[in-house]
Design a protein around this ligand. Structure first.
Ligand code: GLU
Length: 269
């Protein structure tokens, strides 16, 4: 009799464990099945965004306040507001031209708003929003160099960022004007500026809007501009609902004049 009680007890325990296990796993798979990209962000309660922290006026971390601010920060806040109803429900992660793609791939961030040029090649890997800004590649040199244009950079070394569009843009344009230039690649913009200051490179090349953040008394930005390009917010392929929401946000901001207001606010026309 005692044995029977033990067996019944054991059977009951096993049944309870099995049922509990079942119900919790079915709950999990329910939420997984219903969980869309937007729902995942809502469940988490914050939008994770990769931004620049070394591009004044676009995405810049003020060393005094440690606050990140700029045009693309405001743009990202508008997307957070659209999804979560609160522009402050947002987490920023610092990215560079080299790290932004991998951080999106790994899911560390939901989207990238970081002077990311829309190219056909990049569109194969990521969803890009409609453009929110246009710029072209510029050249910064030391005033004392006397260099006036790309032709004058013949035989010189140009500092560019890794994984940026700058090298290809300048390479193609240099060929056209018969200028034979060399390149040195760096992982960040402050490093390129330091290399220009120390004479390791003769020129710092990237989009004009980024260059302006590094202009000082000893440097000048040449008048020539190359390869116009458009910036878009990138998100992971497959996160189509998110991509749609980002586009809706930009579209509404364009129509309401809010985008132009932001461009004026940051003085980046
Ligand atoms: N906008 C260019 C690019 O996407 C320049 C690099 C950068 O954004 O940092 O490659």
């Amino acid at each position: 009799m005692k044995k029977l009680k033990v067996i019944i007890g054991l059977l009951l325990t096993v049944t309870i464990i099995a049922l509990t296990g079942c119900s919790s796993s079915s709950q999990k798979s329910d939420s997984g099945a219903a969980g869309s990209d937007i729902k995942a962000i809502k469940d988490r309660g914050t939008l994770k965004v990769g931004v620049k922290v070394d591009v004044p006026k676009f995405g810049y971390k003020d060393p005094k306040t440690s606050k990140i601010e700029g045009f693309e920060i405001d743009l990202s806040k508008a997307v957070a507001k659209k999804i979560l109803g609160d522009e402050n429900k947002i987490e920023f992660e610092a990215v560079t031209a080299k790290t932004r793609g991998p951080l999106l791939d790994s899911g560390d961030v939901d989207m990238i708003a970081a002077t990311f040029t829309i190219t056909d090649e990049r569109k194969k890997s990521y969803n890009f929003s409609e453009p929110y800004f246009k710029d072209s590649v510029g050249l910064m040199v030391k005033k004392s160099s006397g260099i006036k244009d790309l032709k004058g950079l013949n035989g010189k070394t140009i500092g560019v960022a890794q994984s940026a569009t700058s090298k290809q843009a300048i390479q193609e344009s240099a060929k056209k004007v018969g200028s034979d230039v060399k390149f040195l690649e760096f992982s960040s913009y402050p490093e390129i500026k330091a290399a220009l200051d120390s004479g390791r490179v003769d020129c710092f090349s990237v989009d004009g809007s980024i260059l302006y953040g590094y202009l000082d008394n000893s440097t000048t930005i040449l008048n020539e501009r190359f390869t116009p390009q458009e910036y878009g917010i990138a998100s992971k392929k497959g996160n189509d609902e998110l991509a749609k929401t980002i586009n809706e946000t930009i579209d509404e901001m364009k129509k309401s004049g809010e985008l132009d207001k932001l461009i004026k606010k940051w003085g980046i026309q």
